[in-house]
Design a protein around this ligand. Structure first.
Ligand code: ZN
Ligand code: ZN
Length: 292
């Protein structure tokens, strides 16, 4: 709940007029208890988990030939996207219950401790962007080492193997994992905002972006969202399977580069490029032979 009762009081405290976004935020949140406001994170989770895989599903449904052309593992048959989406929603019951249950309470308690702003002023675009960059770098580093731990014998057998049942992931596989797996990855999202506190709206944006990135990395289509470009990299991690020692990063690739865990992937890429070259040369020889 904001300490000012009226818009005029808020503007007096700010020392300036509110922007349209701040006026909107004031109308929405001024009388709302803080716990209720921070609990909105549950809504962010539910909406993003339901919506994030939809673009790939719609694309596969409406333009199957286009989707097949961009499929990273075209040899692996995929069931109907609609049926996969429906079973994805029904399989998400555990996730839904945890999001509606303990997660928002833990989140609210944690951020009361670390500091989360819910009032005015709203952060600027520049401030939000800087926070998101820091959060991404922190989370990427932590999730890299978490992922390596999950590929130890114990971590894999007890926690991570379910996620690797999908050797050719589609957009829905981002959340196909055990509850412990998802919880551990969710914890890594907290560290950035705990180190560099920000406004609650930045948290909503941060969690939304990270969920979208997770689904993008599992979409199974090459360069579907060029800005992220993570699908090809993470797809190899699933393709290589249990024994893989490659491609543990979530979004950026710098940790795999620094710690030398991209070698299998680079070798795979070079082999594919050589095969492609051979195929092109073979086809050229064939066509020139025909002309003669
Ligand atoms: Zn893995
Ligand atoms: Zn994965």
């Amino acid at each position: 709940m904001m300490p000012y009762g009226t818009a005029a009081g808020a503007e007096a405290a700010l020392g300036r007029s509110m922007s349209w976004a701040e006026a909107l935020w004031f109308r929405y949140s001024a009388a709302m208890p803080e716990l209720w406001l921070t609990s909105h994170i549950a809504l962010v989770y539910l909406v993003m988990y339901a919506v994030a895989p939809l673009p790939v599903m719609v694309l596969q449904q409406l333009a199957p030939a286009y989707a097949l052309r961009h499929k990273l593992q075209p040899g692996v048959p995929q069931p109907s996207p609609v049926s996969v989406y429906l079973s994805y929603i029904s399989e998400s019951k555990g996730l839904t219950l945890s999001v509606l249950g303990p997660f928002p309470l833990i989140y609210s308690a944690a951020f009361k401790l670390f500091g989360v702003r819910t009032g005015l002023p709203l952060p600027s675009v520049w401030e939000t962007a800087m926070h998101l960059v820091v959060y991404s770098l922190v989370e990427d580093y932590l999730s890299y080492w978490l992922h390596r731990f999950l590929h130890t014998k114990w971590g894999y057998e007890k926690i991570h193997s379910a996620h690797h049942e999908k050797t050719a992931p589609s957009g829905f596989a981002g959340s196909y994992a055990t509850g412990t797996d998802l919880t551990l990855y969710t914890i890594t999202l907290f560290f950035g905002p705990a180190i560099v506190p920000s406004h609650v709206t930045t948290h909503w944006l941060w969690f939304s972006i990270r969920i979208m990135e997770a689904f993008d990395a599992h979409c199974g289509l090459a360069r579907f969202i060029p800005f992220f470009g993570g699908a090809e990299f993470h797809d190899y991690h699933h393709y290589a399977g249990k024994k893989t020692k490659s491609n543990f990063s979530s979004v950026f690739r710098y940790c795999d580069y620094i710690y030398g865990t991209n070698k299998g992937y680079m070798y795979h890429k070079r082999s594919l490029a050589k095969l492609k070259m051979k195929e092109v040369k073979h086809n050229m020889k064939g066509s020139s032979g025909k002309e003669d």
